[in-house]
Each structure stands twice: as structure tokens, then as C-alpha cells.
Write a new protein. Structure first.
Length: 240
């Protein structure tokens, strides 16, 4: 039993020693009485002498409770030192212009902006399909092609002993009460809140979004890493 426990500890340490994930700073600005913007600055350092790769969308985030097979950094909120597994108060951005749409109160302008964004991403979708076919892609399933190409676009490469800096911009609508199923959660302004980031890097469960050749190549590449990596905790401002 001791040998098994030591082996688990050794494997866990070996994986975590590959990269350092650290939140460097968090700044906040009240945009209006109902919205506070946060800039979460963090870095990922390659602690090895080999180039490493992994799947990640580094500039957005998602709550731990909704993080199954995610490509986003995952956040956890601690209230007075206790982890609260709630889906909020931050949410991932599905497209870059999402905040612009949310901030528009004029219905006509909002409608026009949505039409422009829809047109933009429709053209992007068509270009991805066309380029895939031009480059000799074999699949005829356009939705699979799109997912496949977007996944391959979200490979982060970090050179030996290199550090890459990232920023996540996210908003809080100043809502304090949350109810998820039977669980209630309240952001009390008098409490201390901290945030932690986790990377759930995964390659072995991406088979459905990769060709058999891509999947085999990535899974056999020891420098294409997977594993769970956790950052430091840093205080975050939910005060009035």
C-alpha cells in the first residue's frame, strides 16, 4: 500500500512539475452601477527543458461546476476560506463581441450589431470548411470539421523554460444571491473572497473531435501534456 501511495504521489508531482500556473494580479473597475469589470492577469511557465503543448482557450473562464471537458481555465471561488461550488458569478464568453451586445440598450442598434456578428461568424464558419477541403480534408461532416479545426486552433505551445502571460477579462453583474438547484449562495460584501484558477488539460478524451491520425499523433506525443494544474489563491473584490 505504501508503494502504491508513493507511486501516485510521484506521478502527481511529476505532472505538476511540468508547468507553473500563477495569478499575478486582479484589477476591477465599476463600469456602471450594475457592472464591475475584472482583469485577471496570470501566467503559465514551462518548467521543463522541452517544448510542451496542450489544448486551452486561455482568455476566458468557466465555473468549476460547469467545467466538464472544458477548454477554458476553470475558476473556483472561496468565501472566508471555504470553496463554494456555484455556477457564477462569472461566465465564459462565447464570442468576443458578447460584452458589446450586452451593453447596448437601444434595441435597434442591438439588433443591427447581432446581425453583423452573425454575418461575421457565418463567413468564418464557411472559410474554415472551405480551407479544410482545399487542404485535403476527408470528412464531409461540416459541424465536425468546424469543431475539429477550432480545437486545433486552440493548441498552446510553450518553449522550454518560457513563460507566457495571459489576461482574462470578465464581468460581474453585481448580483449577490444565487440558487442552483437546492443550493443557495450569497456574496456577502463583508466576507473575504478569493479566486483560484485550474487547468484541466485533456487530450485523451478528444477523440470525437480529431481524425484518427491526429488523435494518435497527439496521444503518442509525451510533450503534448494533460493533467490538472492549480494556481495560487488571490483576493477578489466583491465589496460595494
Amino acid at each position: 500500500m505504501r508503494k502504491i501511495n508513493f507511486l501516485i504521489l510521484f506521478v502527481t508531482f511529476s505532472i505538476s512539475a511540468q508547468i507553473e500556473l500563477k495569478i499575478d494580479s486582479i484589477t476591477s473597475t465599476d463600469i456602471n452601477p450594475k457592472k464591475r469589470k475584472f482583469d485577471i492577469n496570470y501566467h503559465i511557465s514551462n518548467l521543463t527543458n522541452k517544448e510542451i503543448s496542450f489544448f486551452l482557450i486561455p482568455n476566458s473562464l468557466i465555473a468549476n461546476s460547469a467545467s466538464s471537458l472544458t477548454l477554458f481555465p476553470v475558476y473556483k471561488i472561496f468565501q472566508n476560506g471555504i470553496f463554494e461550488d456555484v455556477d457564477g458569478p462569472f461566465y465564459e464568453r462565447t464570442f468576443k463581441e458578447q460584452e458589446d451586445v450586452e451593453d447596448l440598450n437601444d434595441s435597434d442598434k442591438r439588433k443591427k450589431l447581432i446581425e453583423e456578428i452573425t454575418k461575421k461568424y457565418t463567413l468564418e464558419y464557411q472559410d474554415i470548411i472551405e480551407n479544410y477541403k482545399k487542404n485535403g480534408g476527408k470528412s464531409t461532416d461540416e459541424m465536425w470539421i468546424f469543431k475539429n479545426q477550432k480545437l486545433l486552433q486552440n493548441i498552446v505551445i510553450i518553449k522550454p523554460n518560457e513563460t507566457k502571460n495571459f489576461i482574462i477579462q470578465t464581468n460581474w453583474d453585481k448580483k449577490r444571491y444565487y440558487k442552483i438547484d437546492d443550493n443557495e449562495y450569497y456574496l456577502n460584501e463583508k466576507d473575504k473572497f478569493e479566486i483560484e484558477l485550474c487547468l484541466y488539460l485533456d487530450k485523451s478524451n478528444r477523440k470525437n473531435s480529431l481524425s484518427s491520425e491526429e488523435f494518435l499523433k497527439i496521444n503518442n506525443d509525451e510533450n503534448f501534456i494533460q493533467g490538472t494544474f492549480t494556481s495560487n489563491k488571490i483576493e477578489i473584490n466583491f465589496k460595494e
